[in-house]
Design a protein. Sequence first.
Length: 284
Amino acid sequence: MVKRGEPTEEDYFELKPGQSRAVDVDLSAYYDLRNGGAYAVSYAPHGGELILEASAVQKSGAKIARPVETQSVTIWVDAGARSINAIGPVGARGEAQSLQSRLPAGTSVLAAAAASNSYVKCTNTQQTQIVPARDSAVVYANNAKSYLAAGAAGSRYTWWFGAYTSSNYALITSHYNNLVSALSTQPYTFDCGCKQKRTYAFVYPDQPYTVHLCGAFWSAPNTGTDSRAGTLIHESSHFTVVAGTDDYAYGQTAAHNLALTNVAQAVMNADSHEYFAENNPALN
């Protein structure tokens, strides 16, 4: 799950009538295929991001374009195929086992490493930028938690999550309770190896709490709109154990339009969680 910047015209390429473009994607780099067998694969990007004209319509405030979905294709994968679990996270688990062997009996690795930061391919400068980003993310999450605990459902809530319902309010409240817990108590691993310039960060939802930081993260402010702290809110919300959010819309305009047109998606949209927490410009 990725936080990207809003697409610009330079991010698109033109397909003329009858033209096609093929791109190879190594699925084993993103999905655990080690068990092998038959997999059904389809491609379902959101039309508002895939097609330039649809993106322009979305920004105008009109109804967000429907997803563009392909038919499913079945592929066969031999057991033991390389997966992302074989790159990095295995080493992290190995280190945890090694650490466990050095701890006193009865002490868990989680307790020993709670609220810690560990780094992969991060320079000293990057590490000094990550620490205040996480600290500020905790402040953001706590502020959002307090707002919701007070029972407030003003413009700040409805702007990002749509019309109030008790069930959605309870769901959002549980999300920020989990975000506070994760960001303030859990051991995070930050991987700075990503070089994509227009991408802020990405995570694998079933691999808490590892966050891969990319080019746009380092050029973002620590706090404010699309900030480093907000990015950590966004990415942490993707973790299944936290909120299991998706990326239905990127950017403030698209996220607000989502609240107007599809509340069910708005309450599960990662950018909406980030913007509610950043609250910039401030709403009541």
